[in-house]
Ligand binder design. Structure first.
Ligand code: CS2
Ligand code: MN
Length: 391
């Protein structure tokens, strides 16, 4: 028998315009959620976890994954009260474990979580997608953030190109790019003003890639034994996009990065959130190869596709189009599940804003219908593959 993936959808809690009933009708059996109301770094109290869990269960769903228990900035920079924050993180894991919630996602991206510059990129068919424009990010870095080192990091030719692009933008367009970058996308937990962001950047002035890698290693040395004790499978979410921005180091963008993290700490509770849309932005990431190589550590799966161009831009494509070889990826995952004799939770990561969701207030990337479509397509692929593999 080949186990099926556990179909889930992300839910942002009682204020999410997408309800638990909607998620159930989409065919998901569970949700991925977090206690977003608790400030980063504080312990998640047992009672709050219990309450949220029973709310979800009262609608016939289960709380399958926590995404995310955010890692406090002090832990990433190992400054201030990072020790206290690590203790809090451990306690939260123990509390979640006690309530039977066994899969926890987090990321180790400095300051900002995932980044897009356009949240309503019009597609040919009238639906809307999220898009990342390299020029917008780099022009923001050079001319709005005005980061002193930026001028040395870009070539003269690039700076000229960015200058003329920047001058072609209206003030409204500039403001929108700034807001999209700094206010934080759903799940980011924290947004910044320009000045706050500049101040945060200073906290990384002596943190290079090596140092950030060692901070992740030291963090995992502390929390993985607790996860083992609590029966929790940790899953690190890759960098999105998988490259350095604003001179900040990023350490989970490639297969090499995964090799380091799981080589340093081979515990199976030290796991990966295999986000195809994030890793898939790099042409040098072989997704099927990565699924096979890190299969034992894949404890959570985000399925979506992106379409990149030569200039480093990308948009979120239909789940079965774009650069992600979705059928092959799902096949590789089914092989992993067969080998491990275990179902892995999966969610259709994002979706297009389409049909009745157009014009509605939605969480960017997290409207109902686009994700329902993605989930339905993925479910179809999975069923067909299992049918064939079992023959
Ligand atoms: C994003 C993020 O790509 C994604 O999944 O929607 O919210 C991501 O889930 C978080 O960065 C994980 O910690
Ligand atoms: Mn993801």
């Amino acid at each position: 028998m080949i186990p099926e993936m556990i179909q889930t959808m992300r839910w942002y809690g009682p204020n999410d315009p997408v309800s638990l009933k909607d998620i159930r009708q989409a065919g998901a059996v569970g949700v991925v959620t977090a206690l977003h109301q608790i400030p980063n770094g504080e312990v998640w109290p047992i009672d709050d976890i219990k309450e949220r869990k029973s709310l979800i269960e009262s609608e016939g769903l289960s709380w399958v994954v926590v995404e995310s228990v955010p890692v406090h900035e002090s832990i990433k920079t190992r400054s201030g009260d990072f020790k206290g924050h690590i203790e809090n993180y451990k306690q939260t894991l123990l509390n979640l474990g006690q309530e039977g919630i066994k899969t926890v996602c987090y990321n180790f991206m400095p300051i900002l979580d995932w980044t897009r510059t356009n949240l309503e990129w019009p597609l040919e068919n009238g639906a809307r997608a999220l898009r990342y424009d390299s020029k917008a990010v780099e022009a923001f870095d050079l001319f709005i953030l005005d980061r002193p080192e930026a001028k040395r990091e870009y070539s003269e030719e690039r700076i000229k190109e960015l200058e003329s692009y920047f001058n072609s933008l209206t003030q409204d367009e500039k403001d929108l790019i700034t807001a999209n970058i700094l206010k934080g996308l759903p799940g980011s937990e924290i947004g910044y003003t320009l000045d706050e962001f500049r101040e945060m950047l200073l906290t990384y002035s002596d943190i290079n890639t090596d140092k950030l890698q060692s901070h992740l290693r030291l963090f995992l040395e502390e929390i993985v034994p607790i996860a083992e004790k609590a029966g929790i499978y940790l899953t690190i979410h890759p960098d999105d996009p998988p490259k350095s921005l604003y001179g900040l180091p990023r350490i989970l963008s490639t297969a090499e990065d995964c090799r380091r993290v799981f080589g340093d700490n081979p515990s199976l509770n030290n796991g990966l959130c295999f986000c195809t849309g994030s890793f898939g932005v790099r042409a040098d990431n072989n997704l099927v190869g990565m699924a096979k190589e890190f299969g034992e550590h894949i404890n959570f799966i985000h399925l979506r596709s992106t379409k990149r161009d030569e200039e480093g831009n990308f948009y979120e494509a239909n789940h079965l189009d774009g650069d992600v070889p979705m059928v092959e990826v799902i096949e590789a995952i089914l092989q992993i599940q067969k080998k491990r004799g275990k179902s892995i939770p999966m969610r259709p990561d994002h979706g297009h804003q389409m049909l009745d969701d157009l014009g509605k207030k939605t969480n960017p990337g997290y409207s109902a219908i686009g994700r329902l479509k993605g989930l339905a397509e993925i479910r179809g692929i999975e069923k067909a593959l299992i049918h064939h593999m079992q023959k």
